[in-house]
Design a protein around this ligand. Structure first.
Ligand code: SAM
Length: 384
């Protein structure tokens, strides 16, 4: 066993856990590369727990958090300790639960944290928690129903099955998420929007809606933090944020349409080529600006190893326009046979022409804008 520290929490992890190759086959899983993800998780939960406690007039320690796929317990232990709430840490592997128990004791959290050993579905179908977190290996799809039915207020979901979500493994993605993805330059955002759409559809079965407060796609995973809103009215409102996209491979023009039964012309209005259709997926906002500001402030005060990276990611996400999908500037320039101009002056010119234009955390060479393709190309050409 070796002792590691993240934030203000120390946990034991098995020696067979190779930090360079975190394997699902390690006796108990621990991935150091997810530290920033957990730092953000602590800040998000801390902010949300404070709001919830104030709104419901209960003490923060009464808020229950379920870490349904705990492994060493690092995520739930950090949240219990650093956000000051109660937690149930679950894993179906006995070895993991013994380690979680040892880590609870090491952090003196016996009063606020308990460990359980069962399938995540059994835990979540049987109990309600204020906050539910699911962080399985690969796809969260089979667990979305139980997670959303268990979560009274808030839900955190990780998906590491980016190939199915992003369209690289098309049939698998369709089976898991009942949605058709596009595997193109904005595949990472595609994955995030398909996942949120799938969470929204799971929630609606239980007469619940969702409001994403912060979501991001980072390297090999996507992560969604959403408020759960109870009531059929909220479910109906949430479903209105779903829709489809028609995208032209020829000229990169894209069009979105809200609704679960929509008609979109196959012919591209710009160049006449046949467009590809994708969906249903989430077309609404995937973050709330005020909430992002609060997470950034929380990150600043918490003692965290990955603070700088986390604040940088939050800041780009906070500032990126709520416009579904983006354009890769380099790809468009290649088509125009010009070299790519510096991003900021180009975005400034789009804004001066009366359009919204921002960078995006999904890709460093890309931008989001509501400008039509002919204007984008015209302004790009003016840069050289
Ligand atoms: N959340 C952890 C963290 O931040 O370090 C990592 C969790 S790891 C990706 C997934 C864990 O879920 C593994 O420990 C595995 O044993 C457990 N697991 C897989 N399927 C499960 C299921 N159906 N029910 C409960 N636990 C499960």
């Amino acid at each position: 066993m070796k002792l590691i520290q993240e934030g203000q929490t120390e946990v034991y992890i098995p020696e067979d856990n190779d930090p360079d190759v975190p394997l699902a086959s390690a006796s108990v899983f621990y991935n150091p590369a997810m530290e920033m993800n957990r730092d953000i998780n602590v800040a998000v939960t801390s902010v949300y727990a404070k709001k919830l406690a104030a709104r419901k007039s209960f003490d923060k320690s009464q808020i229950t958090y379920a870490d349904a796929f705990s492994a060493s317990g690092i995520r739930g232990l950090r949240i219990a300790k650093e956000a000051g709430i109660s937690a149930v840490l679950n894993d179906w592997k006995e070895e993991a639960v013994s380690l979680i128990q040892k880590n609870i004791e090491h952090n003196n959290l016996q009063e606020s944290v308990t460990a359980t050993c069962m399938g995540a579905d059994k835990l979540l179908h049987g109990r309600k928690f204020a906050i539910v977190d699911i962080d399985p290996f690969g796809t969260p799809a089979p667990f979305l129903d139980s997670a959303v039915s268990s979560a009274s207020f808030f839900l955190g979901v990780t998906a590491t099955d980016t190939a199915p979500l992003c369209g690289a493994h098309l049939k698998s993605g369709i089976r898991k998420y009942a949605a058709v993805p596009l595997n193109n330059e904005f595949h990472s955002e595609m994955g995030l929007r398909i996942l949120i759409g799938s969470i929204a559809r799971a929630a609606s079965k239980f007469d619940k809606g969702i409001r994403p407060l912060f979501s991001h796609a980072t390297r090999h995973y996507v992560r969604v933090y959403a408020e759960v809103l109870n009531g059929a009215g909220n479910a109906d409102k949430t479903l209105k944020e779903l829709g489809f996209i028609a995208w032209c491979l020829q000229c990169r023009n894209l069009e979105t349409k809200n609704g679960l039964a929509v008609f979109m012309n196959e012919e591209c209005p710009e160049c006449g080529a046949k467009r590809k259709m994708s969906g249903p997926l989430w077309l609404g906002a995937f973050k709330d600006i005020d909430f992002c500001d609060e997470i950034i402030s929380e990150l600043q005060i918490l003692p965290l190893n990955k603070k700088e990276d986390a604040v940088k990611l939050l800041t780009v996400c906070r500032n990126e326009a709520d416009i579904p999908f983006f354009y890769d500037q380099h790809m468009l320039c290649e088509k125009l046979r010009i070299s790519a101009p510096p991003m900021e002056p180009f975005l400034e010119d789009l804004r001066n022409a009366g359009f919204t234009a921002t960078r995006t955390h999904f890709s460093g060479t890309s931008f989001k804008t509501d400008a039509p393709m002919n204007i984008i190309l015209e302004i790009l050409q003016k840069q050289v």
